[in-house]
Design a protein around this ligand. Structure first.
Ligand SMILES: *Cc1c(COP(=O)(O)O)cnc(C)c1O
Length: 235
């Protein structure tokens, strides 16, 4: 047994409880909302402790971190999920190592990913990241371009489009935050009228997940509420 990680078990139980409470508040079945633990900036040892607690999928926003961590954790059967802005020159590692990309936001990236995935003989789940907030610092596809991208993505057999992802505006105004999540839900409904079946909505983080659950999140991406404060703010 290495370091004492009872605190991690307590955090994990507590966030599940808080998510369940938010579901009940929203009149939703707690089983309809998954938690994606976000392990960015945290090392393999802590992630291994998380695996021991039953976590299997981990969100990372830098491909380099997936590279660094996947080797020492190769025996854990982890599904690595890319949630951060993705540059084309990283697709080779993504195609090798990731089980899913939630930050697909442009056609050129889809093209590059598809080419590499074909070489690897793999297919992955993808979510399209939409920019629902006004901050220039936030990534994602502009909502008005979503219909076209979804249509074009039908061409790529290696990319299984499962839903949409967003990062809400950073605001103390609950209504502002909720507006971002509502927009994502409405975009999904629009897409459905064009024949796109997008069961998953990845939205909500440690600070704003209850709002996201109210607007229909199917999964919330939780970092600090599970693993603690990050030493360096992730880019
Ligand atoms: C870091 C990050 C999260 C988790 O953030 P917390 O506030 O620590 O829960 C979720 N989504 C994305 C895209 C992130 O980069």
């Amino acid at each position: 047994m290495s370091a004492d990680t009872t605190w991690l078990a307590a955090n994990w139980a507590q966030i599940r409880q808080r998510v369940d409470d938010a579901c009940r508040e929203a009149g939703r079945d707690p089983a309809s909302v998954n938690i994606l633990p976000v392990s960015k900036t945290f090392g393999p040892e802590l992630i291994r402790a998380a695996v021991d607690l039953g976590m299997r999928r981990f969100g990372e926003n830098r491909v380099q971190e997936i590279r660094d961590k996947s080797a020492p954790l190769a025996d854990c059967g982890i599904d690595w999920v890319v949630i951060g802005h993705l540059q084309q020159n990283k697709v080779r590692d993504v195609a090798r190592l990731a089980s899913e990309v939630q930050s697909l936001d442009r056609l050129e990236l889809a093209e590059a990913l598809d080419r590499r995935l074909q070489q690897e003989g793999r297919a992955i789940d993808v979510l399209v990241q939409v920019k629902t907030s006004p901050e220039p610092s936030k990534y994602g596809l502009a909502p008005e371009h979503l219909p076209t991208l979804l249509d074009r993505l039908r061409d790529y057999q290696t990319l299984r489009v499962r839903g949409l992802m967003t990062v809400a505006t950073h605001s103390d105004e609950a209504a502002e935050v909720r507006r971002c999540f509502r927009l994502l839900r409405e975009l999904r409904a629009q897409a459905a009228t064009q024949g796109h079946d997008l069961p998953r909505l990845s939205m909500g983080m440690s600070g704003d997940f209850p709002q996201a659950i109210l607007e229909g999140a199917s999964e919330v991406r939780i970092g600090s509420a599970i693993f603690g404060r990050r030493a360096t703010p992730a880019p």
